[in-house]
Design a protein around this ligand. Structure first.
Ligand SMILES: [Zn+2]
Length: 363
């Protein structure tokens, strides 16, 4: 085991409704075993307004274990369990003047979903717009009410590009996008408090602030052991990665390498969930999801792919095991650093997919 590295994902909502949710745990496990790095499974329980968090989280881990994820109980990070540390860290950042109280014009709608400093950046992620403009006014896409401006004291985090650690991300094609985004937000402020109740309340200079749940995400790398980190996140969330990266930088934590995964869209002619559960073979399940990640052509959305199912179905369980092991045993000895190692590992996921690889292993 490499003592100075961990691999994890951004904290995930503990859902069990879609099979795609297993992609990150499968990748964490693969990277951990292949690159000899300690795995951490991170859960976001702040977002779940469920009645029974404990049961939801328990069900989630059972779902992972039932589908072949090797979990050691000690390697779990649940954000809600770190509430006291999160509040302490926010106060520390305030004392160090990394966070400020500022009087700002804030745009807000009735449901509270819109609560922003400017109306320029109309996005939650690449596919979800927050509001639309009608007759020069902005209307929330969730409650349909007009966003109105008001002036009030909010908590802000100033962005200073010069303080940033080097951006490291796999696939590397995202690096320039990431850096461009940084330049766009340089010298601007992120608002990190919300008007609505968020479950994280901090008192600063006699005033209560509701901390944005997204900001607690940004702090999470500082609450993990201070080691070099590989962090898995979706390629639609580069902006969230940037915020995590920025806070990691200003808190002088050891650097992060991000791994950006792609999403799959529904193919109406193929029931991916049925296909996933049809074959009772853990290596089949892992390969089915891992093969849906394409690390060379990453920018297009992809459909769940029946040919991957057909291909894996034809193989025997020992052939599938050989394919999985071939990925796990990727030779990364010549790679100069961890980013290169990670890059060759994930590229090998798709290389191992062709038949020749199986024959080669058998020879
Ligand atoms: Zn609204």
């Amino acid at each position: 085991m490499l003592k100075n590295f961990i691999v994890t994902s951004v904290p995930v909502s503990p859902k069990t409704s879609r099979i795609g949710i297993l992609t990150w745990p499968y990748l964490i496990e693969l990277i951990s075993k292949s690159l000899k790095i300690e795995p951490v499974f991170s859960v976001n329980a702040f977002h779940s307004f469920l009645e029974n968090d404990e049961k939801t989280i328990k069900d989630y881990f059972k779902f992972l274990i039932d589908n072949g994820v090797d979990i050691n109980k000690k390697r779990i990070y649940i954000d809600k369990e770190h509430l006291a540390e999160i509040k302490k860290l926010i106060k520390e950042m305030f004392n160090r003047k990394l966070i400020k109280i500022e009087e700002k014009v804030v745009y807000r709608c009735l449901c509270g979903k819109i609560d922003v400093l400017n109306l320029k950046d109309n996005f939650q992620n690449e596919n979800v717009k927050l509001y639309h403009i009608k007759n020069g006014k902005a209307y929330c896409n969730f409650c349909n009410e007009e966003c109105t401006a008001c002036t009030q004291k909010v908590l802000t985090l100033q962005v200073d590009f010069s303080k940033c650690q080097k951006v490291q991300i796999v696939p590397q094609l995202y690096e320039s996008y990431f850096n461009d985004l940084y330049k766009k937000f340089d010298n601007q402020s992120f608002m990190i408090s919300k008007n609505r109740e968020t479950g994280i309340k901090v008192n600063l200079e006699g005033q209560n602030f509701n901390i944005d749940i997204d900001f607690s995400w940004m702090l999470f790398t500082s609450l993990l052991p201070n080691k070099n980190k590989i962090i898995i996140a979706g390629n639609r969330h580069i902006f969230k990665m940037l915020k995590i990266h920025y806070v990691n930088s200003v808190l002088e934590q050891k650097p992060i390498i991000f791994l950006a995964t792609s999403y799959n869209m529904k193919d109406n002619h193929f029931d991916e969930t049925k296909a996933f559960f049809e074959i009772d073979d853990i290596n089949y399940k892992k390969l089915f999801l891992l093969y849906h990640q394409s690390w060379n052509n990453h920018t297009n959305s992809r459909l769940w792919n029946k040919s991957i199912y057909n291909y894996l179905k034809k193989l025997s369980s020992s052939e599938r095991k050989k394919l999985y092991d071939a990925i796990k045993n990727t030779n990364t000895k010549n790679a100069e650093n961890m980013q290169e190692k990670l890059s060759s590992l994930v590229k090998n996921i798709n290389l191992a997919k062709n038949n020749k690889q199986i024959k080669k292993i058998e020879e």
